[in-house]
Design a protein around this ligand. Sequence first.
Ligand SMILES: Cc1cc2nc3c(=O)[nH]c(=O)nc-3n(C[C@H](O)[C@H](O)[C@H](O)COP(=O)(O)OP(=O)(O)OC[C@H]3O[C@@H](n4cnc5c(N)ncnc54)[C@H](O)[C@@H]3O)c2cc1C
Length: 496
Amino acid sequence: MSDQPAVSDVDIAVVGGGAAGCVLAARLSERPDRTVALIEAGPDYPDPEALPEDLRSGWRSAGSHDWGLTDEATGAVVARAKVVGGCSATNGTIALRGASADFDGWAALGNPGWSFAQVLPDFRRIETDLDFSDDWHGQHGPVPIRRYGPKELTAVNAAAYEALVEAGFAEVTDHNRPGAIGVGPAPVNTVGGVRMSAAATYLRQARDRPNLSILADATADRVLLERGTATGVRLADGRIVRAGRVVLAAGTYGSPAILLRTGIGPAHDLAVLGLPCRSDLPGVGANLQEHPGISVIWPLARELPDGPRFQIVATQAAPGHTAGDGPWLQHVPAATPTLFWVSATVMNPRSRGRVRLATLDPLARPRITLNLLAELEDLAAMVEGVRSARHVGARGPLKELAGGPEQWLGAGIQDPAELADALRRAVWTYHHACGTCAMGPDPQTGSVVDAQGRVYGVDNLWVADASIMPVIPSANTHLPTLMIAEHLAGQIAAAD
Ligand SMILES: Cc1cc2nc3c(=O)[nH]c(=O)nc-3n(C[C@H](O)[C@H](O)[C@H](O)COP(=O)(O)OP(=O)(O)OC[C@H]3O[C@@H](n4cnc5c(N)ncnc54)[C@H](O)[C@@H]3O)c2cc1C
């Protein structure tokens, strides 16, 4: 399709209106004389009253507005939202920051500015914490964060809380305080049953600004380059958005795909696709990381009323490690009216996957290989996670709710080899994919962007979303993604 006249000419184009994209659009348009376009492949729901019910309810993850991605090797579903708000509009609203050690680790890899002490102001800027007002928490940010009180817990979550304490988990009141390891209420960005997505918070406050335009239902094909400098974005339908600066925030699968279609990526892969190489970056699409998870499921003895699904979180440090090193395993108990489960997720996975392009068609799905549990260390951690989940499920309060033995692919299996086999088949993704445009100091060893989010080898082009995480944090990735966008928005603005 040939290029059409520019539909828009702006100072900054933000590609992808997801968790990070909404933060970037809101922060970058704060200066009224700076024009910003937010380009999103999915639909926009500017009127909160018209929001589909599953996007409105913060009781559980939403299944609509999905890209329909799968893991090429296993066929497993890879959930990714296609809507203004992105996965922040469909997620489970568990609002954890991650351990101090996670961000200190990013800085130690050669990313100045990213230690926990340095990103704490960004975390605080995101939130209004409704429970804690201290040096760790924000009181003026767009996203409200709260925790369910004991009286609000569903029968299963109340029983699971007791069972976890009985099983030896220390009680923590605030999982977002550094060094918190144990069981406690999950910080959540659901208030009054409503999901406080980045669209419902950051973007809602900014969307009426005359200098911000939102192009919904608009899929970006590639970045336009002139003599090594980004000058705009070409949409899949041939329309052009001219821009002085381009910021990719299309997520862990979308951002590397756009870079590859632009000719930025591993030279060999680009040659196979028949594309001229604009910047040889072997790391584009590599380093894909995800938390692998398992649910140990039991039937309920009697049907229970439905309620908010994710209310408490339990974490444990790796054997021989301290709380300061951060969580190694995480459990989140949950239920439907007829069954309940205790999940176990590996929070520091070593396995790495990859995303590639199947074709140059911007509407085609990318090829994803997650490689979950490929590393024996991850498999061993998962075996321990199942043991721990079973231990919790067998404690008095939860056991009393069960109407029979475990019901899942690994039910009753004790033999380690047999269990490992079942785990490889039953493993699911925790929806925390990241790392495919990793931040770091050396493009030849896999870094795609520098510590300011600038793409190596191209001027005026940034990536600012979950894809730049060099190592997956030991927590759910929504708040860390919002933090990345807050952190980089200031630096992108400073390039004026
Ligand atoms: C089902 C589910 C449950 C989750 N639960 C939790 C949870 O409870 N807690 C937590 O911390 N995290 C959770 N997460 C993860 C969290 O939501 C993500 O880590 C976070 O949203 C990532 O933000 P992002 O901006 O990088 O990407 P996204 O939020 O995925 O945003 C990317 C946006 O870019 C758009 N896009 C992609 N390609 C293009 C293109 N070519 N052109 C235009 N637009 C494009 C997409 O449509 C999308 O809107 C969950 C995720 C899912 C899917």
